[in-house]
Design a protein around this ligand. Structure first.
Ligand SMILES: O=P(O)(O)OC[C@H]1O[C@H](O)[C@H](O)[C@@H](O)[C@@H]1O
Length: 328
């Protein structure tokens, strides 16, 4: 896993090439009434992050779907982006079949599997990714193709040409510092329950970190977003527990009232745990900050795996689950 994280900016460069070369079958002038991205785990998360980004830009509804089913409104006027790295995730295949039946415009993002087969059979747009890696390590490949699709249909602009190259430069420059920071953070997480908080527009990022701690470090963790957690979860902070560690993902650009909330929240957390880690992003654009945080927290997850003496790559329990499901 660590080797894949080390080559993250190489992956991003390759992802830019894949995006640049891909020629869509569906014309860019096609207009939609809504957009749905369907995908699970390491492939669905790109959708959640892009959803946070386009929230204040996109003029039509955009729903991220992590299930077998699609919303009832999906029809001829919908764009359905099907994201599955392996192309074999049963929930995503089911959603693709529903999208085809509903006559939606479909774009698949995959390295192969049944989804690539179905896309070829039906003549559907399919952006192919290099195969053979764990899906969660391919977020650079998948996120850039989601952005490519959005840019093709005029749903956002400038990210691939400007923000992503700037992010690559930033990560290459910061690589040593990021790795050093990751080791320090992982040491503070060891043996504790991490509780991740971020501003709402970085909730996708908080989920990504949670998922990486689950799959790579093999730990339980939870996340919540601010301001929403100020209206419920904050009241749950009542018992002193030095085994909890709060991880605040912070950005210079976080809305000022949210930053004020974080400061007040810290005062509350401090009454119950001495462990508060603040991770500050770097970068001048949303995606520079996102890729900075992804890269840093990916390393945190593998450093924590090393400290816990677990294999970051294996997901035996998910294999067991899929094997059991296949028998039913
Ligand atoms: O991207 P996909 O191939 O559809 O996989 C979706 C998910 O499937 C499995 O559960 C893996 O353990 C996850 O890491 C992965 O993110």
């Amino acid at each position: 896993m660590e080797e894949l994280i080390i080559r993250f900016t190489t992956q991003m460069r390759e992802a830019l090439q894949i995006a640049g070369k891909y020629k869509f079958r569906v014309p860019k002038s096609t207009k939609f009434q809504n957009v749905i991205l369907t995908g699970l785990g390491g492939s669905g998360i790109a959708g959640s992050i892009v959803q946070n980004y386009v929230f204040d830009k996109i003029k039509i509804p955009f729903v991220v779907n992590k299930d077998y089913f699609l919303p009832a409104f999906v029809g001829k006027e919908s764009l359905v982006i099907v994201s599955s790295y392996s192309g074999n995730t049963e929930e995503t295949i089911a959603a693709l079949e529903t999208a085809i039946k509903a006559k939606a415009t479909v774009v698949c993002i995959t390295s192969g599997g049944k989804i690539a087969e179905l896309a070829a059979k039906k003549g559907i747009d399919c952006i192919e990714l290099p195969a053979g890696m764990p899906p969660r390590s391919c977020i650079g490949y998948s996120m850039l193709q989601v952005l490519r699709t959005f840019e093709h249909f005029g749903l956002c602009k400038g990210v691939l040409a400007k923000d992503v190259p700037a992010a690559i430069e930033l990560l290459d420059k910061e690589e040593k510092d990021i790795r050093r920071k990751a080791k320090t953070i992982a040491a503070k997480l060891l043996g504790k329950l991490p509780i991740i908080y971020a501003a709402s527009d970085y909730e996708g990022m908080a989920i990504r970190f949670r998922q990486q701690l689950n799959e790579n470090s093999k730990v339980l963790t939870w996340h919540h977003a601010i301001p929403e957690m100020n209206h419920n979860e904050l009241v749950g902070w009542r018992d002193k527990d030095p085994n909890k560690v709060v991880v605040l993902l912070r950005n210079e650009t976080d809305y000022d009232r949210v930053q004020t909330r974080m400061e007040i929240n810290k005062k509350v957390f401090k009454q119950y745990t001495p462990n508060i880690i603040e991770i500050h992003s770097k970068g001048n654009s949303y995606f520079e900050r996102i890729f900075y945080l992804i890269h840093l927290t990916d390393y945190v997850s593998t450093e924590l795996a090393k400290l816990r003496e677990v294999d970051a790559t294996e997901v035996a329990v998910i294999d067991f689950l899929k094997g059991s499901l296949a028998k039913v």
